[in-house]
Design a protein around this ligand. Sequence first.
Ligand SMILES: CC(C)(COP(=O)(O)OP(=O)(O)OC[C@H]1O[C@@H](n2cnc3c(N)ncnc32)[C@H](O)[C@@H]1OP(=O)(O)O)[C@@H](O)C(=O)NCCC(=O)NCCS
Length: 328
Amino acid sequence: MTQSAIYSRVIGTGSYLPARRVTNQQLADELAARGIETSDEWIVARTGIQARHFAAPDQTSSDMAVEAARRALDMAGLSADQIDLIMVATSTPDFVFPSTACLVQSKLGITNGCAAFDIQAVCSGFAYAMATADNFIRSGAYRNVLVIGAETFSRILDFNDRTTCVLFGDGAGAVVLQASSEPGILSSALHADGSHSNILCVPGNVNAGAVQGEAFLYMDGQAVFKLAVKVLEKVAHEALEKAGLEAEAIDWLIPHQANLRIMTSTARKLDAEAKMVVTVDQHGNTSAASIPLALDVAVRDGRIKAGHNVMIEGVGGGFTWGAVLFRM
Ligand SMILES: CC(C)(COP(=O)(O)OP(=O)(O)OC[C@H]1O[C@@H](n2cnc3c(N)ncnc32)[C@H](O)[C@@H]1OP(=O)(O)O)[C@@H](O)C(=O)NCCC(=O)NCCS
Protein backbone atom coordinates (compact mmCIF):
# COMPACT_ATOMS: atom_id res chain seq x y z
CA MET A 1 0.00 0.00 0.00
CA THR A 2 1.30 3.44 -0.90
CA GLN A 3 0.48 4.83 2.58
CA SER A 4 2.82 2.42 4.41
CA ALA A 5 5.68 2.71 1.88
CA ILE A 6 8.77 4.30 3.29
CA TYR A 7 11.49 3.31 0.82
CA SER A 8 12.11 3.57 -2.90
CA ARG A 9 13.50 0.39 -4.45
CA VAL A 10 15.19 -0.06 -7.81
CA ILE A 11 13.14 -2.77 -9.49
CA GLY A 12 14.45 -2.42 -13.02
CA THR A 13 17.41 -0.98 -14.92
CA GLY A 14 17.95 -0.40 -18.63
CA SER A 15 20.32 1.38 -20.95
CA TYR A 16 20.93 2.23 -24.57
CA LEU A 17 23.99 3.19 -26.58
CA PRO A 18 23.71 4.49 -30.13
CA ALA A 19 25.07 2.15 -32.80
CA ARG A 20 28.00 4.30 -33.93
CA ARG A 21 31.04 3.43 -31.79
CA VAL A 22 34.09 5.62 -32.30
CA THR A 23 37.46 4.52 -30.94
CA ASN A 24 40.13 7.02 -29.95
CA GLN A 25 42.09 6.13 -33.08
CA GLN A 26 39.06 6.72 -35.32
CA LEU A 27 38.39 10.05 -33.60
CA ALA A 28 42.07 11.02 -33.87
CA ASP A 29 41.97 10.24 -37.60
CA GLU A 30 38.79 12.31 -38.06
CA LEU A 31 40.30 15.22 -36.13
CA ALA A 32 43.59 14.96 -38.06
CA ALA A 33 41.61 15.61 -41.24
CA ARG A 34 40.64 18.97 -39.65
CA GLY A 35 44.23 19.69 -38.69
CA ILE A 36 43.64 18.86 -34.99
CA GLU A 37 46.25 16.67 -33.36
CA THR A 38 45.45 14.10 -30.68
CA SER A 39 46.24 10.46 -30.03
CA ASP A 40 44.89 7.31 -28.45
CA GLU A 41 47.84 7.38 -26.02
CA TRP A 42 47.07 10.94 -24.81
CA ILE A 43 43.35 10.25 -24.34
CA VAL A 44 43.87 6.94 -22.53
CA ALA A 45 46.61 8.30 -20.27
CA ARG A 46 44.68 11.45 -19.22
CA THR A 47 41.14 10.07 -19.05
CA GLY A 48 40.98 6.26 -19.34
CA ILE A 49 38.63 6.65 -22.32
CA GLN A 50 39.12 4.23 -25.23
CA ALA A 51 35.88 4.67 -27.16
CA ARG A 52 32.54 6.44 -27.10
CA HIS A 53 29.23 6.17 -28.97
CA PHE A 54 27.72 9.00 -31.02
CA ALA A 55 24.03 9.33 -31.85
CA ALA A 56 22.89 9.23 -35.48
CA PRO A 57 22.12 12.68 -36.94
CA ASP A 58 18.36 12.17 -36.55
CA GLN A 59 18.56 10.49 -33.11
CA THR A 60 17.64 12.58 -30.07
CA SER A 61 17.95 12.28 -26.30
CA SER A 62 14.27 11.28 -26.04
CA ASP A 63 14.78 8.49 -28.63
CA MET A 64 17.59 6.99 -26.56
CA ALA A 65 15.73 7.60 -23.30
CA VAL A 66 12.76 5.60 -24.60
CA GLU A 67 14.97 2.62 -25.50
CA ALA A 68 16.58 2.62 -22.04
CA ALA A 69 13.17 3.04 -20.38
CA ARG A 70 11.64 0.10 -22.27
CA ARG A 71 14.45 -2.16 -21.05
CA ALA A 72 14.07 -0.94 -17.46
CA LEU A 73 10.29 -1.43 -17.56
CA ASP A 74 10.79 -4.89 -19.00
CA MET A 75 13.13 -5.87 -16.13
CA ALA A 76 10.69 -4.34 -13.62
CA GLY A 77 7.80 -6.30 -15.12
CA LEU A 78 5.73 -3.13 -15.41
CA SER A 79 3.76 -1.79 -18.32
CA ALA A 80 4.47 1.83 -19.29
CA ASP A 81 0.99 2.88 -18.15
CA GLN A 82 1.80 1.85 -14.57
CA ILE A 83 4.31 4.71 -14.30
CA ASP A 84 3.17 7.64 -12.11
CA LEU A 85 6.05 10.03 -12.75
CA ILE A 86 8.77 10.39 -15.40
CA MET A 87 11.94 12.35 -14.73
CA VAL A 88 14.60 12.84 -17.36
CA ALA A 89 17.96 14.20 -16.29
CA THR A 90 19.47 15.86 -19.34
CA SER A 91 21.44 18.92 -20.44
CA THR A 92 20.90 18.06 -24.09
CA PRO A 93 17.10 18.04 -24.38
CA ASP A 94 15.43 17.59 -27.77
CA PHE A 95 13.95 21.09 -27.52
CA VAL A 96 13.98 24.20 -25.32
CA PHE A 97 10.50 22.94 -24.50
CA PRO A 98 8.46 20.76 -24.16
CA SER A 99 10.55 18.75 -21.70
CA THR A 100 12.24 15.56 -22.88
CA ALA A 101 10.22 13.75 -20.19
CA CYS A 102 6.95 14.76 -21.91
CA LEU A 103 8.30 13.48 -25.24
CA VAL A 104 9.30 10.21 -23.56
CA GLN A 105 5.82 9.85 -22.07
CA SER A 106 4.28 10.23 -25.53
CA LYS A 107 6.75 7.88 -27.26
CA LEU A 108 6.14 5.22 -24.60
CA GLY A 109 2.42 5.52 -25.38
CA ILE A 110 1.54 6.48 -21.81
CA THR A 111 -1.96 7.93 -21.67
CA ASN A 112 -2.54 7.89 -17.90
CA GLY A 113 -1.64 11.57 -17.52
CA CYS A 114 1.36 10.88 -15.28
CA ALA A 115 3.59 13.78 -14.26
CA ALA A 116 6.69 14.34 -16.38
CA PHE A 117 9.54 16.83 -16.10
CA ASP A 118 13.25 17.27 -16.76
CA ILE A 119 16.02 17.75 -14.22
CA GLN A 120 18.93 20.00 -15.15
CA ALA A 121 22.00 19.37 -13.04
CA VAL A 122 24.37 18.40 -15.87
CA CYS A 123 26.56 15.41 -14.91
CA SER A 124 25.02 15.27 -11.41
CA GLY A 125 21.55 15.07 -12.99
CA PHE A 126 20.95 11.40 -12.34
CA ALA A 127 21.86 11.67 -8.65
CA TYR A 128 19.56 14.72 -8.39
CA ALA A 129 16.75 12.83 -10.16
CA MET A 130 17.09 9.72 -7.98
CA ALA A 131 17.01 11.81 -4.80
CA THR A 132 13.98 13.77 -6.06
CA ALA A 133 12.12 10.60 -7.04
CA ASP A 134 12.89 9.11 -3.62
CA ASN A 135 11.29 12.08 -1.90
CA PHE A 136 8.17 11.83 -4.07
CA ILE A 137 7.87 8.12 -3.29
CA ARG A 138 8.54 8.43 0.44
CA SER A 139 5.97 11.21 0.71
CA GLY A 140 3.40 8.80 -0.70
CA ALA A 141 2.78 10.96 -3.78
CA TYR A 142 3.85 8.34 -6.34
CA ARG A 143 4.36 4.58 -6.41
CA ASN A 144 6.22 3.84 -9.68
CA VAL A 145 8.75 6.38 -10.95
CA LEU A 146 10.79 6.18 -14.14
CA VAL A 147 14.13 7.96 -13.70
CA ILE A 148 16.18 8.45 -16.84
CA GLY A 149 19.50 10.05 -17.74
CA ALA A 150 19.82 10.74 -21.48
CA GLU A 151 22.33 12.82 -23.40
CA THR A 152 23.47 13.71 -26.90
CA PHE A 153 26.58 15.65 -25.86
CA SER A 154 28.02 15.18 -29.37
CA ARG A 155 25.68 18.02 -30.43
CA ILE A 156 27.32 20.56 -28.11
CA LEU A 157 30.94 19.53 -28.72
CA ASP A 158 33.28 21.75 -30.69
CA PHE A 159 35.24 19.26 -32.78
CA ASN A 160 37.90 21.93 -33.26
CA ASP A 161 38.60 21.90 -29.50
CA ARG A 162 40.68 18.83 -28.70
CA THR A 163 40.63 19.56 -24.97
CA THR A 164 36.89 18.73 -24.79
CA CYS A 165 35.71 16.84 -27.90
CA VAL A 166 37.63 13.67 -27.02
CA LEU A 167 35.97 13.36 -23.61
CA PHE A 168 32.23 12.96 -24.20
CA GLY A 169 29.78 10.47 -25.70
CA ASP A 170 26.05 9.87 -26.13
CA GLY A 171 23.67 7.37 -24.52
CA ALA A 172 20.87 6.81 -22.02
CA GLY A 173 20.20 4.84 -18.86
CA ALA A 174 17.05 4.33 -16.81
CA VAL A 175 15.78 2.88 -13.57
CA VAL A 176 12.30 2.12 -12.31
CA LEU A 177 11.87 3.02 -8.65
CA GLN A 178 8.95 1.53 -6.71
CA ALA A 179 7.53 2.20 -3.26
CA SER A 180 8.39 -0.58 -0.81
CA SER A 181 8.49 -1.32 2.88
CA GLU A 182 12.03 -2.71 2.33
CA PRO A 183 15.11 -0.55 1.60
CA GLY A 184 15.66 0.86 -0.94
CA ILE A 185 17.34 4.18 -1.10
CA LEU A 186 19.07 4.64 2.24
CA SER A 187 20.28 8.23 1.93
CA SER A 188 21.09 11.01 -0.48
CA ALA A 189 22.98 14.28 -0.43
CA LEU A 190 22.81 17.03 -3.06
CA HIS A 191 24.81 20.24 -3.36
CA ALA A 192 25.55 23.11 -5.72
CA ASP A 193 27.83 26.13 -5.84
CA GLY A 194 26.78 28.49 -8.61
CA SER A 195 29.86 30.65 -8.10
CA HIS A 196 31.73 28.09 -10.26
CA SER A 197 29.22 28.24 -13.12
CA ASN A 198 31.88 29.50 -15.55
CA ILE A 199 34.30 26.52 -15.38
CA LEU A 200 31.99 24.07 -17.18
CA CYS A 201 29.21 25.51 -19.29
CA VAL A 202 27.46 26.01 -22.60
CA PRO A 203 27.01 29.76 -22.23
CA GLY A 204 24.36 30.38 -24.87
CA ASN A 205 20.62 30.78 -25.18
CA VAL A 206 17.98 31.19 -27.84
CA ASN A 207 17.21 34.81 -28.60
CA ALA A 208 15.30 36.33 -31.50
CA GLY A 209 15.57 33.20 -33.63
CA ALA A 210 19.29 32.57 -33.11
CA VAL A 211 21.73 31.34 -30.51
CA GLN A 212 23.06 34.21 -28.47
CA GLY A 213 26.42 33.45 -26.84
CA GLU A 214 28.13 30.10 -27.34
CA ALA A 215 26.42 26.86 -28.36
CA PHE A 216 29.50 24.72 -27.59
CA LEU A 217 30.66 23.21 -24.32
CA TYR A 218 33.43 25.12 -22.56
CA MET A 219 35.50 23.55 -19.79
CA ASP A 220 38.44 24.59 -17.64
CA GLY A 221 39.62 21.00 -17.24
CA GLN A 222 42.06 21.52 -14.41
CA ALA A 223 39.65 23.62 -12.32
CA VAL A 224 36.94 20.99 -12.80
CA PHE A 225 39.35 18.22 -11.90
CA LYS A 226 40.41 19.81 -8.61
CA LEU A 227 36.90 20.69 -7.51
CA ALA A 228 35.49 17.29 -8.52
CA VAL A 229 38.00 15.30 -6.46
CA LYS A 230 37.33 17.45 -3.40
CA VAL A 231 33.53 17.42 -3.42
CA LEU A 232 33.08 13.77 -4.40
CA GLU A 233 34.93 12.50 -1.37
CA LYS A 234 32.98 14.80 0.93
CA VAL A 235 29.54 13.96 -0.44
CA ALA A 236 30.21 10.21 -0.35
CA HIS A 237 30.97 10.47 3.37
CA GLU A 238 27.91 12.65 3.91
CA ALA A 239 25.63 10.02 2.32
CA LEU A 240 27.27 7.25 4.37
CA GLU A 241 26.86 9.23 7.57
CA LYS A 242 23.18 9.92 6.87
CA ALA A 243 22.63 6.18 6.36
CA GLY A 244 24.61 5.34 9.51
CA LEU A 245 27.04 3.20 7.51
CA GLU A 246 30.83 3.01 7.13
CA ALA A 247 32.60 2.93 3.76
CA GLU A 248 33.17 -0.84 4.13
CA ALA A 249 29.40 -1.31 3.76
CA ILE A 250 29.57 -0.21 0.12
CA ASP A 251 29.44 -3.23 -2.19
CA TRP A 252 29.61 -1.24 -5.44
CA LEU A 253 30.71 2.31 -6.13
CA ILE A 254 29.35 3.90 -9.31
CA PRO A 255 30.88 7.33 -9.75
CA HIS A 256 29.94 9.59 -12.63
CA GLN A 257 32.03 8.22 -15.50
CA ALA A 258 33.95 11.35 -16.50
CA ASN A 259 37.57 10.53 -16.04
CA LEU A 260 39.24 7.43 -14.65
CA ARG A 261 41.76 9.49 -12.69
CA ILE A 262 39.02 11.40 -10.82
CA MET A 263 37.06 8.18 -10.24
CA THR A 264 40.08 6.28 -8.92
CA SER A 265 41.09 9.10 -6.63
CA THR A 266 37.66 9.10 -4.94
CA ALA A 267 37.46 5.32 -4.80
CA ARG A 268 40.89 5.12 -3.15
CA LYS A 269 39.79 7.48 -0.38
CA LEU A 270 36.83 5.18 0.32
CA ASP A 271 39.09 2.13 0.03
CA ALA A 272 36.69 0.98 -2.69
CA GLU A 273 38.87 0.74 -5.79
CA ALA A 274 38.05 -2.94 -6.29
CA LYS A 275 34.33 -2.17 -5.90
CA MET A 276 34.22 0.54 -8.56
CA VAL A 277 32.16 -0.02 -11.72
CA VAL A 278 34.02 1.39 -14.73
CA THR A 279 32.40 2.05 -18.10
CA VAL A 280 34.12 5.35 -18.95
CA ASP A 281 36.64 3.34 -20.98
CA GLN A 282 33.92 2.25 -23.41
CA HIS A 283 31.33 5.04 -23.09
CA GLY A 284 33.34 8.23 -22.50
CA ASN A 285 31.59 10.87 -20.41
CA THR A 286 27.86 10.64 -21.14
CA SER A 287 26.98 13.24 -18.47
CA ALA A 288 23.63 12.47 -16.77
CA ALA A 289 23.45 9.12 -18.59
CA SER A 290 26.76 7.79 -17.30
CA ILE A 291 25.65 6.48 -13.89
CA PRO A 292 22.50 4.64 -15.01
CA LEU A 293 24.43 3.22 -17.98
CA ALA A 294 27.11 1.86 -15.65
CA LEU A 295 24.50 0.62 -13.18
CA ASP A 296 22.67 -1.31 -15.89
CA VAL A 297 25.89 -2.87 -17.17
CA ALA A 298 26.83 -4.12 -13.69
CA VAL A 299 23.29 -5.37 -12.93
CA ARG A 300 23.02 -7.27 -16.20
CA ASP A 301 26.50 -8.82 -16.02
CA GLY A 302 25.61 -10.15 -12.55
CA ARG A 303 28.02 -8.09 -10.43
CA ILE A 304 25.31 -6.12 -8.63
CA LYS A 305 22.93 -8.50 -6.89
CA ALA A 306 19.87 -8.18 -4.67
CA GLY A 307 20.89 -6.97 -1.21
CA HIS A 308 24.07 -5.20 -2.35
CA ASN A 309 24.69 -1.62 -1.20
CA VAL A 310 25.38 0.68 -4.14
CA MET A 311 26.78 4.20 -3.88
CA ILE A 312 26.30 6.48 -6.87
CA GLU A 313 27.96 9.87 -6.94
CA GLY A 314 28.03 12.59 -9.53
CA VAL A 315 29.65 15.93 -10.14
CA GLY A 316 29.15 18.39 -12.96
CA GLY A 317 28.45 21.82 -14.33
CA GLY A 318 26.66 24.28 -12.14
CA PHE A 319 28.76 23.40 -10.18
CA THR A 320 26.63 20.55 -8.83
CA TRP A 321 27.38 17.35 -6.96
CA GLY A 322 25.53 14.63 -5.12
CA ALA A 323 25.45 11.03 -3.92
CA VAL A 324 22.75 8.43 -3.39
CA LEU A 325 23.23 5.24 -1.39
CA PHE A 326 20.78 2.43 -2.06
CA ARG A 327 20.27 -1.28 -1.46
CA MET A 328 19.36 -3.35 -4.50
C1 LIG B 1 40.67 17.61 -19.58
C2 LIG B 1 41.85 16.92 -18.94
C3 LIG B 1 41.86 15.45 -19.35
C4 LIG B 1 43.14 17.58 -19.45
O1 LIG B 1 44.25 16.97 -18.83
P1 LIG B 1 45.39 17.90 -18.21
O2 LIG B 1 46.40 16.98 -17.66
O3 LIG B 1 44.72 18.86 -17.29
O4 LIG B 1 45.95 18.57 -19.50
P2 LIG B 1 46.18 20.11 -19.77
O5 LIG B 1 44.87 20.79 -20.00
O6 LIG B 1 47.12 20.65 -18.75
O7 LIG B 1 46.94 20.02 -21.13
C5 LIG B 1 48.22 19.39 -21.22
C6 LIG B 1 48.65 19.46 -22.66
O8 LIG B 1 47.89 18.52 -23.44
C7 LIG B 1 47.35 19.19 -24.56
N1 LIG B 1 46.08 18.58 -24.92
C8 LIG B 1 44.84 18.90 -24.49
N2 LIG B 1 43.94 18.07 -25.06
C9 LIG B 1 44.63 17.22 -25.85
C10 LIG B 1 44.26 16.15 -26.68
N3 LIG B 1 42.98 15.77 -26.83
N4 LIG B 1 45.22 15.50 -27.35
C11 LIG B 1 46.50 15.82 -27.21
N5 LIG B 1 46.92 16.84 -26.44
C12 LIG B 1 46.00 17.54 -25.77
C13 LIG B 1 47.19 20.63 -24.11
O9 LIG B 1 47.15 21.49 -25.22
C14 LIG B 1 48.45 20.84 -23.29
O10 LIG B 1 49.52 21.05 -24.18
P3 LIG B 1 50.67 22.10 -23.80
O11 LIG B 1 51.28 21.57 -22.54
O12 LIG B 1 51.56 22.04 -24.99
O13 LIG B 1 49.96 23.40 -23.61
C15 LIG B 1 41.82 17.06 -17.40
O14 LIG B 1 41.98 18.39 -17.02
C16 LIG B 1 40.55 16.55 -16.83
O15 LIG B 1 40.30 15.37 -16.84
N6 LIG B 1 39.71 17.44 -16.26
C17 LIG B 1 38.44 17.05 -15.73
C18 LIG B 1 37.50 16.87 -16.89
C19 LIG B 1 36.20 16.28 -16.50
O16 LIG B 1 36.17 15.22 -15.93
N7 LIG B 1 35.13 16.95 -16.86
C20 LIG B 1 33.81 16.51 -16.68
C21 LIG B 1 33.35 16.70 -15.28
S1 LIG B 1 31.67 16.37 -15.22
